[in-house]
Write a protein that binds this ligand. Sequence first.
Ligand code: ADP
Length: 421
Amino acid sequence: MEAYTRDVGRGVTRIDYESMDALGASTGDILEITGKRRSVARCLPLYPSDEGKGIIRVDGLGRNNTGVGIGDTVTVRKIKTVPAEKVIVAPLDSIPPIDERYLTDSLENIPLVKGDNIMVPYFGGRLTFQVIGITPASDAVLVTPKTEFHIAEKGESLRGVPQVSYEDIGGMSDEIRKVREMIELPMRHPEIFEKLGVEAPKGVLLYGVPGTGKTLLAKAVANETNAHFISISGPEIMSKFYGESEARLREIFKEAKEKAPSIIFVDEIDSIAPKREEVTGEVERRVVSQMLSLMDGLEGRGKVIVIAATNRPNALDPALRRPGRFDREIEIKVPDKKGRLEILLIHTRNMPLHEDINLEKIAGSSHGYVGADLEYLCKEAAMKCLRRLLPEINLSDEKIPPETLDKLIVNAEDYQLAFRD
Ligand code: ADP
């Protein structure tokens, strides 16, 4: 299962006491977790409410490192680690120049195996690397304060990290559950649908105001199912490719079939397929027909699923919502206070926060804010903090020393200032 929010990115896994006994392991031991690939994590107990369900909780990075999705089965055993002397990592994205000691500080006590992807919080964001070498050569090593990191050249052929996983989406547990049933299940287990003689959905409509996380949700489900993800935006299709919109749509569906399983995400679909009586131009009419015929041409075996987002479901051409097309809908609501708190926790996960910050209070006073607003608020607060400390930072240093980075702590006043903007 997915990890508890507080565990994400900490290199831990949780199992119940019964399983710990069976493995001869206790809290704090290192467990090897094997799915399609092998990785390691520190063992912690599940919350009492999860006890006895026979589950293991692993975060999105851990699922990526072991090549599994939520609900898959893994093999677990207790192993011993040795202290890492040297770890060679290759960045998965472009990174700013950083002092390698920063990696040692951030990853202390985290167990690693060669091939693992790792994430390092970096002032509000995160840097991602793949472990390409460890010394001493051992099954698994543990990062200690003495571990030396070496950053190698950016690798091309490295496996990417999941850009978005379900743990990165706050205040949407119901919606995630629905998406998992409607999209993830048929993608992972088409045989269930075949056996039952029912068609897997081809299209799912997500509706809600902008910034509530519809794109995020579509990306997360693509990542969790290892599906190829193609994102198109309605207005872009209509304008940028004006005159060749239909050909572009055909290309997209072709690519999706070739690289299946795939998810095609169509943002603001109402701009491609408004109600036909509202359509004036010949081009629009042709694009709508093309979209419908491409959807009808999909096999309905869950290999290609089109997720469309709209703010105005009622403005859509009803033909699109007929059976076999976008016949499932999920409403994505503006988050309530609890949802806002979850979202704030996500966007401050990699942010050093001063203890005077009360996220619950911020959640309480941000009524009407959607996820995108809350993300912006957190980023702004981080910028306020940076500006406050700028005089102390010597930007001519080639690499900012970790001692200086340690001073960057976002406080309540930074948030207050960010609120005012
Ligand atoms: P939409 O597709 O509904 O317009 P997006 O998914 O593009 O919204 O959201 C924009 C950004 O806002 C996301 O990349 C994410 O950082 C943040 N965000 C939005 N909703 C949420 C959420 N529920 N939880 C966490 N972050 C969110």
